[in-house]
Design a protein around this ligand. Structure first.
Ligand code: 5GP
Ligand code: MN
Length: 335
């Protein structure tokens, strides 16, 4: 993988561009993809954003989100665009299988592939250019760096600032996680200088709950949470029946895992959700406990040191049982 700086001179060459991100894109994945979209159209490239799957409704206000294709609804057409692309930007993921059924199409594509991402252990051999920095708060911060690094800061308009602020805000837990560096605040300061209204973005992302979503939260806290004080750990297991009862939509369970870490003294939070095809894990930690390693070792996953995910094909009961058994081995580490 060549360094991202060596890609900068190519930026001016009119190209067909596909931008993609991980399945079920979150604020950072969608924000970085749309932020880069708004930047690249300023060079008159032909730019298409393809999401491997659908996404949460709370992202649907973002500028040009209506132009994003959902691969699951238009795979034949999307495959043609991927095949015809000169460049494919892969954002906020670093292993192709995180694009689910798009993986094969991406592998076959002749396009130059560019990685911009902040997760651990990238599959660097499949990318031609790229940058992978786990020290970065978000992929949105890296898109800001890409724009500034390529000498184009003056091209940042309010659409770009809005999209990038969204990912900076969501991936830093509203600027509270240790990943919130001076560079993060400097990027935000620049967005403010050009006129960004940040409080509207907070409202659009966080103040759009449905009654059902709050009931799901209430039920999860009251009935689905187990705290293991001797391990400084907490678990939440959401059943299929819960998802049905509270009409859960994509994104409705986002943020649930953070409640576990908000319990005093808890350093490791694990949330498992009984999705149709798999049991999906979200792991969060505070301090030195490495959930990326935990997710990789036990639940086919990965991510960052303090935030990772994984999955299991076992039943919910079995995967919870397995988790509790594994936890016994971490008594020392978590104390
Ligand atoms: P979340 O718990 O919000 O789904 O994911 C937490 C972090 O881990 C995110 O940065 C996400 O991209 C990453 N992640 C989630 N699930 C997986 C997975 O199955 N594999 C890998 N490699 N990363 C994941
Ligand atoms: Mn991210």
């Amino acid at each position: 993988m060549n360094s991202i700086e060596t890609f900068y001179p190519l930026l001016g060459k009119q190209s067909k561009v596909v931008i993609t991100m991980h399945q079920k894109p979150d604020g950072d994945a969608m924000g970085s993809a749309l932020g880069l979209y708004h930047f690249l159209i300023r060079f008159e490239h032909e730019v298409t954003v393809i999401s491997p799957t659908n996404w949460a409704n709370f992202l649907n206000w973002m500028p040009c989100v209506e132009k994003v294709h959902n691969y699951e609804n238009c795979s034949a057409n999307a495959d043609k665009m991927i095949e015809a692309a000169d460049w494919i930007f892969c954002l906020d993921f670093n292993v192709l299988h995180r694009t689910k059924s798009m993986e094969q199409s991406l592998l076959k594509a002749k396009a130059v592939k560019i990685l911009i991402d902040h997760h651990e252990q990238p599959q660097t051999e499949v990318f031609d250019y790229g940058i992978s920095l786990t020290s970065k708060s978000s992929t949105c911060e890296m898109i800001y760096d890409f724009i500034v690094g390529s000498g184009n800061r003056d091209k940042i308009n309010l659409d770009i600032a809005t999209c990038l602020y969204t990912g900076l805000m969501t991936d830093t837990g509203s600027f509270r996680f240790p990943s919130t560096t001076a560079s993060v605040h400097l990027a935000v300061a620049y967005f403010k200088e050009i006129g960004l209204n940040h409080s509207i973005i907070h409202e659009k992302i966080y103040d759009v709950n449905t009654e059902d979503r709050l009931h799901l939260l209430g039920n999860s806290l009251a009935k689905r949470m187990e705290v293991f004080y001797e391990y400084n750990a907490a678990l939440m297991a959401i059943t299929k029946a819960d998802l049905l009862k509270f009409s859960a939509k994509t994104g409705d369970t986002e943020g649930l895992v953070n409640y576990l870490l908000s319990i005093e003294g808890i350093k490791f939070g694990a949330l498992v959700i009984d999705r149709d095809e798999e049991r999906k894990w979200s792991f969060r930690s505070k301090g030195s406990f490495d959930v990326n390693e935990f997710a990789r070792k036990h639940f086919n996953g990965g991510g960052h040191k303090n935030a990772a995910g994984g999955h299991s094909k076992d039943s919910l009961e079995e995967t919870v049982r397995k988790f509790k058994e594994i936890l016994l081995d971490y008594a020392e580490t978590l104390r």
